[in-house]
Write a protein that binds this ligand. Structure first.
Ligand code: F6R
Length: 614
């Protein structure tokens, strides 16, 4: 959720902090703030409600000088998104500066305790209890580091915190309690950085360490000391990040969302690279380390995720059952952990989380871990929080996704799960080698098919110009296209703020059909598959009630034009791959509707890219 950056070194901190925040803005954009510390043991704080450009404007008026500092971009949990609640927060006398991601679950008790001791609070946030708690211990004789350690031990919940103090302006203390977003320590040359996410520090270093829950780090320009939850000094492994072709530039694109939609052919190639070539079938052992014996023993697959990743999990269930012949189930991560699911020791749990940071999914994974059940997680990068819980990580390799709406990470999760289902099918011998070869051959043509879909974007602009004022949309699909209908509805809601529902088409007659009239466009996925006639029946029923129907239909379908109002053509493809192909026009519909309605496509209201609180 919130983005955090800290810097200590010999360069001017303000531009480094602002640059870091601009790379983190997708994590939260309700308000932002920065503190710059100077050697004369004072600091200047700028805070502003709204997006980062408001903060930048503020800092331009009076540029604070100093070679260390911290910054924050907020996604509000406690307290309105205004300037007073923006981070950094301070103590009663303005000695400390704190940025925070997570929720201090016992903040009301702490606030009461500290108020009784005379501390003065300014904001409505849970975060402000942290500097006051540290101040309290410092008043009682503890050093800045000791006070921060003591404060950390009093805070309940999952939190990531970075603290600085006027007394030691070149020192940064960072700590984590629980699984709230990451804390990454970056090793520069004569400078150290701390951030919630890798992109913020990539321009300065590619050598990092991850702070784990319960750990604390003390950073100075030329050193870092790590401590475990008992205060013992510990060594931490350094990871050198591979040169990732991350581009934070929009290039010729107006929005990251469109850039990322258009990157899908290449992203899918990267996802599948090395996963379609092995004689034995698909994944190499350093990619996925499961023996044939282990795969043969899998009795059930349980899949979980949230939002778009949940839709990927829903589709994967169908592939795992039909291609790999393994009984499979899916659940929303936040429901799964509270429902006491029945899993035996031969079950496999697969979580889908592009960020690897989603709090609900991490909690579901911990639950599975506590039952000693084997688990794989799908993430966009290795070394995520999810990777640390799972037995194995399958990297979806979509490349950095900046737009808050998941697009290329969705299709890359899908192709990875599809290849996994074929791999399991081959090992379990539920699919013949020649049948698998056909599926793989088609999968290799997917980037080309998507490339073709991307060539005709004017049709989406036209649809948006006709229907952008509609207040409700229905998305219908059956079988493989039911999860796609849900995803189409989610995307439209998310970026264009139009109310939309996704339904399995067969469900229409059981209630939703009463919503239909000429003011509600219906987007129907009607591929030429086994359920084609049944989808047409639903469309006819909707048309008879005045609905406007936009069909996503196969190129070879020469009847559809007479049956619906608008047709978006997609290449002919097998039933099992059609959901991936069909999801691309739905992304383009959402994008062009949002643009037509003047919405902030890349940073839709109230959302954040990684949901690191429950
Ligand atoms: C929708 C969207 C969200 C995420 C969800 C899970 O466009 O981006 O619904 O899919 O928050 O995020 P991850 O995959 O990071 O766990």
């Amino acid at each position: 959720m919130c983005g955090i950056i800290g810097y200590t070194g010999y360069s001017q901190a303000l531009p480094i902090l602002l640059d870091g925040l601009s790379k983190l803005e997708y994590r939260g954009y309700d308000s932002a703030g920065i503190s710059v510390f100077s050697k004369d043991q004072t600091h200047t704080t700028y805070r502003s409600a709204g997006k980062l450009h408001e903060l930048k404007r503020l800092t331009e008026r009076s540029k604070a000088t100093g070679v260390s500092g911290l910054g924050h971009t907020r996604w509000a949990t406690h307290g309105e998104a205004n300037t007073i609640n923006a981070h950094p927060h301070s103590d009663t006398y303005g000695n400390l500066s704190v940025v925070h991601n997570g929720i201090v679950e016992n903040y009301l008790d702490l606030k009461q305790e500290l108020t009784n001791k005379g501390h003065l609070f300014n904001s409505d946030t849970d975060s402000e209890t942290i500097p006051h708690l540290i101040e309290h211990y410092m008043k009682n004789g503890a050093s800045f580091e000791e006070a921060t350690e003591k404060g950390a031990s009093r805070i309940k919940g999952a939190n990531a915190v970075v603290v600085m103090c006027n007394d030691q302006p070149d020192k940064i203390v960072a700590f984590r309690t629980g699984n709230a977003g990451g804390v990454i320590i970056g090793y520069g040359t004569n400078e150290m950085l701390v951030a919630s996410d890798i992109p913020a520090i990539l321009g300065y270093t590619n050598t990092i360490s991850h702070l784990l829950p319960g750990e604390l780090a003390i950073l100075e320009p030329n050193s870092v000391e790590f401590k475990d939850r008992d205060g013992n000094s510990i060594e931490k492994e350094k990871t050198v990040l591979a040169n990732d072709p991350i581009s934070l530039a929009k290039g010729d694109y107006r929005h990251f969302m469109l850039k990322e939609i258009c990157e899908q052919p290449n992203a899918i190639i990267a996802s599948l690279m090395g996963r379609l070539s092995s004689e034995e079938g698909l994944f190499s052992s350093d990619d996925l380390n499961l023996t044939v014996k282990e795969i043969k023993k899998i009795s059930k697959i349980m899949l979980a995720g949230m939002g778009t990743s949940l839709h990927a999990a829903m589709l994967a269930r169908l592939w795992m059952e039909r291609i790999a012949g393994i009984p499979s189930e899916w659940d929303n991560s936040s429901e799964f952990r509270y429902r006491e699911p029945i899993l035996d020791k031969n079950s496999l749990f697969i979580s889908v989380s592009q960020s690897g940071e989603t709090a609900d999914t991490l909690a579901a994974m911990e639950e599975v871990k506590s039952k000693n059940i084997s688990q794989i997680t799908l993430c966009n990068y290795l070394n995520t929080q999810a990777s640390r819980i799972a037995d194995q990580t399958l990297q979806i390799r979509a490349g950095l996704e900046v737009g808050v709406a998941a697009t290329k990470t969705f299709t890359c999760s899908l192709v990875t799960l599809y290849a996994l289902a074929i791999y399991f099918g081959l090992q379990k011998e539920t699919i013949e080698k020649n049948e698998a070869a056909k599926l793989i051959e088609e999968l290799t043509r997917l980037p080309e098919m998507i490339g073709k879909i991307l060539t005709n974007q004017s049709q989406y602009q036209k649809l948006a110009s006709i229907y952008h004022n509609s207040s409700d949309f229905l998305f219908l699909g059956r079988g493989y296209n039911y999860p796609v209908a849900l995803e189409g509805a989610l995307k439209l809601k998310e970026v264009s703020y139009i109310h939309a529902e996704g339904y399995p088409a067969g469900e229409m007659k059981h209630g939703p059909i009463s919503l239909i009239d000429e003011s509600m466009p219906v987007v129907a996925m009607i591929p030429k598959d086994a359920l084609y006639e049944k989808m047409l029946n639903t469309v006819n029923e909707a048309k008879s009630r005045g609905a406007i129907v936009i069909a996503i239909a196969s190129e070879s379908d020469d009847e559809i034009e007479q049956k619906v109002d608008h047709v978006i053509r997609v290449p002919d493809v097998s039933d099992s791959l059609s959901p991936i192909v069909n999801s691309v026009p739905l992304q383009l519909i959402s994008y062009y509707f949002a643009v037509r309605r003047g919405c902030d496509v890349d940073q839709p209201r109230n959302l954040a890219k990684s949901v690191t609180v429950e």
